[in-house]
Design a protein around this ligand. Structure first.
Ligand code: AP5
Ligand code: ZN
Length: 213
C-alpha cells in the first residue's frame, strides 16, 4: 500500500504510523523526523531548515521534495510506504504525483486525521519523544513506565523545541492555510478517508484498519 497521513500537529500521525507500518510491512517516511535528524547533525539541509522549523513555519518545497525523492529509492520502500507529514502544500502534492508517475505507481489512500484545534495544545505540550527511535509518549495519555525514560532502551526522553503553545499557533496557521488545500486536492481524486482523530489511540487504530480494509 501507498499511504499519506495528513492532519494538524498532534493529531496522531506519528503515533499510528508504526502500527500501520508493521501491519502492512511498509516503510515510514516522516519529513519532520528526517528534518529534525538533519538539524541535529548540522547537515547543509539541517542548517537551511532549522529557522523555519523553530518558528513553526514550513520548510521550502524544494528541500522536502528532495528528501522524499531520495527516500523513495530505498529498497524498503518498494513494497509500499507511509508518508507522514508530506505532502504539506499543493506544490508538494503535484511534485509527488510526478515522482510516482515516473515510477509507474500511485497513492492508494490519504488518511485525514480530523480533529478540533482546541484539543491539540494539551497533546503537544504533554508530548515526550525518544529521538533515535521516534517513539512517542504523553505525560497524561501515554505515559512511559518511568517518567522521562524510554520504555524499550531506558534512554532519556526529550521534548521537541517546537512543542510550545506559542509555536503551535504558527504550526496550526500553516496547516489551515497551506495543508488543508492538499486534502481538497486528494478529495478530487476520491481517495481520502476521514478519521475521527479525537478518539483514544486504540480506537483510532481500528478506524485506520477499517479505512484500509
Ligand atoms: P512534523 O514533525 O511533521 O510535525 P507536525 O505535523 O506538526 O506533527 P506532529 O509530529 O506534531 O504531530 P503527530 O500527528 O505526529 O502527533 P503524535 O502522534 O506525535 O513537522 C515539524 C516541522 O518540520 C514543521 O513545522 C515544518 O517546519 C517541518 N516540515 C515537516 N514536513 C514538512 C513538509 N512536508 N513541508 C515543509 N515543512 C515540513 O501525537 C502527539 C501527542 O499526542 C503524543 O504525545 C501522543 O502520545 C499523543 N496522542 C496521539 N494520539 C492520541 C490519541 N488518540 N489520544 C490521546 N493522545 C494521543
Ligand atoms: Zn509526528
Amino acid at each position: 500500500k501507498r499511504l499519506i497521513l495528513v492532519g494538524p500537529p498532534g493529531s496522531g500521525k506519528g503515533t499510528q504510523s508504526p502500527i500501520i507500518k508493521d501491519e502492512y510491512c511498509l516503510c515510514h517516511l516522516a519529513t519532520g523526523d528526517m528534518l529534525r535528524a538533519a538539524v541535529a547533525a548540522k547537515t547543509p539541509l539541517g542548517i537551511k531548515a532549522k529557522e523555519a522549523m523553530e518558528k513553526g513555519e514550513l520548510v521550502s518545497d524544494d528541500l522536502v521534495v528532495g528528501i522524499i525523492d531520495d527516500a523513495l529509492k530505498k529498497p524498503s520502500c518498494q513494497k509500499g510506504f507511509i508518508l507522514d507529514g508530506f505532502p504539506r502544500t499543493v506544490v508538494q502534492a503535484q511534485k509527488l504525483d510526478e515522482m510516482l508517475d515516473k515510477r509507474g505507481v500511485k497513492v492508494d489512500k490519504v488518511l485525514n486525521f480530523a480533529i478540533d484545534d482546541a484539543i491539540l495544545e494539551e497533546r503537544i505540550t504533554g508530548r515526550w519523544i525518544h529521538s533515535s527511535s521516534g517513539r512517542t509518549y504523553h505525560t497524561k495519555f501515554a505515559p512511559p513506565k518511568t517518567p522521562g525514560v524510554d520504555d524499550v532502551t531506558g534512554e532519556p526522553l526529550i521534548q521537541r523545541k517546537d512543542d510550545t503553545a506559542a509555536v503551535l499557533t504558527s504550526r496550526l496557521e500553516a496547516f489551515h492555510k497551506q495543508t488543508e488545500p492538499v486534502i481538497d486536492y486528494y478529495n478530487k481524486k476520491g481517495i481520502v478517508a476521514n478519521l475521527p482523530a479525537d478518539k483514544p489511540p486504540q480506537e483510532v487504530t481500528s478506524e485506520v484498519k477499517k479505512a484500509l480494509s
